[in-house]
Design a protein around this ligand. Structure first.
Ligand code: ATP
Length: 233
């Protein structure tokens, strides 16, 4: 389980998270949604151990999240991170050399599923295909926790669709937990168990998607309602 306990995160002149508590149970798919600047990426970076809380704790299976010690977390940032002179195969080789839980066979299978070719140069790939490659590389790790920051950012609906299918096909929810931040809620909704909505560094609500649907709402409508309720306060 990942446990965020009373976490406040301050950057130099900005408080990005304010005394936040969240738990992520094994085997679930959770979406973190909210407007720009609400604290979604900060939450994932804390879990990946890339940044540390100003106060409070982030625990991964009861141990403090740390960048170098955490082989439990596969994190995909929203930034472009491939060396442009790599081929797809070079990218796979590079990540295989960095992570002991990286499965080359799985990487090649996902790459082929995403219609990429091993000898293609990364700099010649379209933005959509670079997005697919980033996902393929992340999903090729057998880490228990997979964190995806904006996996659909700037990608067209067909690419988003193939990414969602890839998530379903290549994540083993018997052993893995998926946490995704996104503005493309419609696309991710079919695979979510839980949704968390945040605003201004605070959690407005967390609910199971089944309950949201039982109330006759989509996750987007639920999020918008939570924002409206907050504004009325
Ligand atoms: N390195 C940083 N230094 C200073 N402020 C930062 C830094 N990173 C994030 N922030 C600020 O912290 C707040 C939360 O940022 P964060 O990136 O977590 O939001 P987000 O919900 O992921 O936004 P978006 O949807 O736009 O990606 C924002 O106000 C942002 O400007």
């Amino acid at each position: 389980m990942i446990s965020i306990e009373n976490v406040t995160k301050k950057y130099v002149n900005k408080t990005a998270l304010k005394n936040v508590n969240m738990q992520f149970e094994k085997g679930k798919v959770t979406g973190i949604v909210g407007e720009n600047g609400s604290g979604k990426s900060t939450t994932l970076k804390l879990m990946a151990g890339l940044i540390y809380p100003t106060s409070g704790k982030v625990l991964i299976d009861d141990k403090q999240a740390r960048r170098l010690s955490s082989n439990k977390v596969a994190y995909m940032s929203e930034l472009e991170s491939f060396y442009s002179y790599f081929t797809v195969k070079d990218a796979i080789d590079y990540f295989a050399s960095q992570f002991t839980d990286f499965e080359r066979g799985q990487a090649e299978e996902i790459v082929s599923f995403m219609n990429l070719e091993l000898n293609q140069k990364v700099k010649h790939l379209s933005k959509g295909n670079r997005g697919r490659l980033k996902i393929a590389i992340t999903l090729a790790r057998r880490a228990p926790y997979i964190l995806l920051d904006e996996p659909f950012s700037g990608l067209d609906p067909m690419v988003r669709n193939s990414i969602v299918k890839g998530l379903i096909k290549f994540i083993d929810l018997e052993k893995q937990t998926l946490i995704v931040t996104t503005h493309e809620i419609l696309e991710i909704e079919p695979i979510l168990d839980d949704a968390i909505v945040i605003k201004g560094g605070e959690i407005l609500a967390r609910e199971s998607v089944e309950d949201i649907r039982e109330n006759g709402q989509s996750v987007v409508e639920w999020m918008e309602r939570k924002y409206r309720e907050e504004r009325r306060k």
